[in-house]
Write a protein that binds this ligand. Sequence first.
Ligand SMILES: [Zn+2]
Length: 620
Amino acid sequence: MNRILYFTCLISFVIFSCQNKKKEPMKSQILANDVHSYSQPNVARVVHLDLKLTVDFEEKVLSGTARYTIDLAENATQIIFDTYDLNISSVFVNESEEAKFELGTKDRILGQALTVFLPEGAHTVSISYSSVPSAKAVQWLDPEQTAQKDKAFLFTQSQAILARSWIPCQDSPGIRFTYRAEITVPKGYLALMSAENPIEMNEKGVYNFNMPQPIPSYLMALTVGDIAFKPIGKRCGVYAEPIMLDRCFNEFSEMEEMLLSAEEIYGAYAWGRYDVIVLPPSFPFGGMENPRLTFATPTIIAGDKSLTSLVAHELAHSWSGNLVTNATWNDFWLNEGFTVYFEQRIMEAVYGRDYSEMLALLSYQGLLEELEEIKAKNPKDTRLKLELDGRDPDDGMSAIAYDKGYLFLRKIEETIGREKFDTFLRNYFAENAFQVMDTERFLELLRSKLEKDQLAEIQIDKWVYGEGLPDNHPVINSEKFVNVDKAMKSWIESGDINRLDSGSWSTHEWLHFINNLPEGINNQELAKLDDKFNFTHSGNTEVLAAWFQVTIKAGYAEAHKSMEDFLVNVGRRKFLTPTYKALIERDPSKEVARNIYKKARPNYHSVSTGTIDELLDWKG
Ligand SMILES: [Zn+2]
């Protein structure tokens, strides 16, 4: 935003604020200031979007019109949207009245403010625009980057602040709107959104969508490709490329049961259907909780349902995040800590406590490792409540929000008892549905329900505003992992690989085993393990990623080719970051890592290249 415009906005905001005291407030909730958005929702905000877009695979461009219904404070003279590299061609108010607009100076993280000047009586704003091929949210895949390899594919990833690179929007998690969309795609393609979705292709390639519940912009999502659908239960189903569909269907057969378990714990599911689409492997996250349609990585398709806790996680977001939403990205732990806690509860309900405790212990061990790294970089980032002013909100997406957040909630549960905590949470979701929540308000609600001795036991402030992991954190015990440790011990003491009794270990037991292999294990021993268990060619991506940590460190050359293929084909950041880090540790010149990255980078989404570019000082 340029300086003059900034002061104009500031002055008009101050005038408005003073005048507004005597006048009718806006219909919607008053919102906190969000440093990651230019919009001023207490002056003018969107309440509904009618989106009309055409998808051009040749040019890698989305173009069309975003028509917003707006809610204005009295005397509001302008409305501000967020944009990032969008080409704005025209803006109309109330359908036919051309409006003056101004694009601010581009900020590297926030993009540009689009200010639309409003005549009196304005109730809709229509923005005609197109995106650029490098739009940060959108990944355009060539046919060879898909499973089927015969048609192009595209998907978006809007969280945290990337929606503005494909739709001009008020890109702040507190601003909710309903939407309808009409998406035109080439023949032979299906389009899907975070909305009521079609289940098959139509002749014209024009698809209509409706999202009747209000959502924040970071949950806007679109994917287009050669996609087919298979129902799993009454309310659940799976979308994937046809060649992948049966495998995905088998993997997710327990989805409906997960949904029922979730509802039993925290109340009715608010979004109608719950479907999952399995995307090509360059998707940067495990999953994204786009309402009604979770976007998921194919790296969870292990063939034995062992990695489906991810579905429980994304499903849990239907309550924590999508229903009650973090007010700003500084409160991100409210979205993710709650969701990990809830994910554990769903997994416990469906698979038993033994199983969910393995997951909890793996997440705890991962947290301990990440804590050290974050502490060395910026100790303040180990607090639950973050300070992301002037930074990319992506910096807050660490194990702190997820796993420290989870442990805090588990601490509360263990202190006040599960029944009481469940009642608290059920009411919390019911009373705050479709609203924002910030850390302070949550803590106020929590404190009002706790006894004095419970408050003393939990030490809320230490958890939320203190650095690191408080000493009073819950202790997680897994009998199953104790047995893995015993088996490992007897193998090491005897030196006989045949003494390693792995019986019917699950993926999680194998992960515990690989993560805890003796420091300095030599290549000979690794080769013996590999001969027996074939880790280097495992079909399970979690096992592969853990194994590569060990093999890179040891310089076990037999795994190098498989590791390189993995990095070139998979774009999930959770796997990329530790693998590249291990490569750098092994070869501080970064040459080996950079050589692989050169080949792999075109397959990665901007969320992943953002992180790995920085690790490798990549200048393009
Ligand atoms: Zn999540």
